[in-house]
Write a protein that binds this ligand. Structure first.
Ligand code: ZN
Length: 302
């Protein structure tokens, strides 16, 4: 039995207050996806991973929520994390929690899996795992919500659901930033852009058909934008960015490419003036026209 499979085990302990604060956030936010970051410590030896969740970072005042799309306010969370870290230097980002009970999906979405795989394999990711806690159901009685626990590992395409028997609740004090009052959320502070349903469709579409396209948040605009590299018919690639226009009430999108191929210059120039109803409309149209230009350009010379 030379290649006996490595049997790795994972145990999770969660401060009771962490779940309480997650459930409180779920109560406040019962129509849209929401979530936050999980903080704590971990120990890893050989094939055993012990995770202790001791705190959460709330999503922040500029988090964006829709029933199927959620983006945290990274700047705000970073600030809170630094405050906590100052008092508890051993604390780490362990992962994220987010909700699906609002959209009925009982497990992680394709987009979630792609995102977490990318995160855990990133050079700069602080640990070799990523913990995703997912709220899947609102209950009538105790506990208020049903949650699931997933672990992603660096260099491993699979992810693992940790059974409830390996998760225990413990009564330890919550990690909190010094001088930080209890979180107060004013929903009216959320940017109006949070309600754009096209973002949800874009997210699904790209994760299914263009997994290389990544969504990023343009901080100064408070709007997500899509970035990626399109493979073209001639074997070349075009780096593209599709941006949501923050000033346009109808939420139009524009698209640009840094591609320098002279055969494509005319098409790209035309696109500078074009607006699209979604990022996916922009990407598909541009891809088609770039390929057409390349094909015709080749034919013309041939
Ligand atoms: Zn999700």
């Amino acid at each position: 039995m030379l290649f006996k499979s490595k049997k790795s085990t994972i145990a999770i302990s969660i401060a009771r207050g962490v779940l309480d604060s997650i459930f409180d956030e779920c109560d406040r936010c019962d129509a849209d996806e929401t979530g936050g970051r999980l903080l704590g410590t971990y120990r890893q030896n050989k094939n055993h991973l012990d995770i202790e969740v001791k705190g959460v970072l709330e999503p922040g005042p500029n988090a964006q929520r829709t029933p199927t799309f959620f983006m945290q306010d990274g700047d705000y969370q970073e600030k809170l994390f630094r405050e906590i870290e100052a008092a508890h230097p051993d604390v780490e980002h362990l992962g994220n929690w987010h909700t699906h009970h609002v959209n009925g999906l009982q497990t992680l979405s394709g987009g979630d899996k792609a995102t977490y795989n990318r995160v855990v394999n990133h050079d700069k990711h602080n640990t070799d795992f990523f913990y995703a806690l997912l709220v899947v159901k609102k209950n009538r009685s105790h506990p208020r919500y049903t949650v699931k626990h997933f672990i992603f590992r660096r260099g491993d395409e699979n992810f693992y659901e940790v059974p409830h028997s390996d998760v225990q609740l413990v009564d330890v004090p919550l990690l909190r930033p010094a001088n930080h009052a209890a979180p107060v959320r004013e929903r009216s502070n959320a940017p109006q852009t949070a309600a754009n349903p096209e973002r949800v469709k874009d997210q699904d579409f790209f994760s299914d058909f263009y997994p290389g396209m990544k969504v990023l948040l343009a901080k100064e605009m408070n709007a997500p934008y899509w970035k990626g590299s399109l493979p073209l018919v001639d074997g070349s690639r075009a780096d593209i960015v599709a941006v949501e226009d923050p000033d346009d009430a109808t939420r139009s999108y524009s698209i640009v490419s840094s591609c320098k191929n002279p055969m494509l210059a005319e098409t790209l120039a035309k696109y500078r003036a074009r607006k699209f109803p979604s990022a996916r409309h922009a990407v598909i149209n541009l891809e088609r026209d770039l390929n057409q230009s390349l094909y015709q350009g080749r034919g013309g010379k041939g």
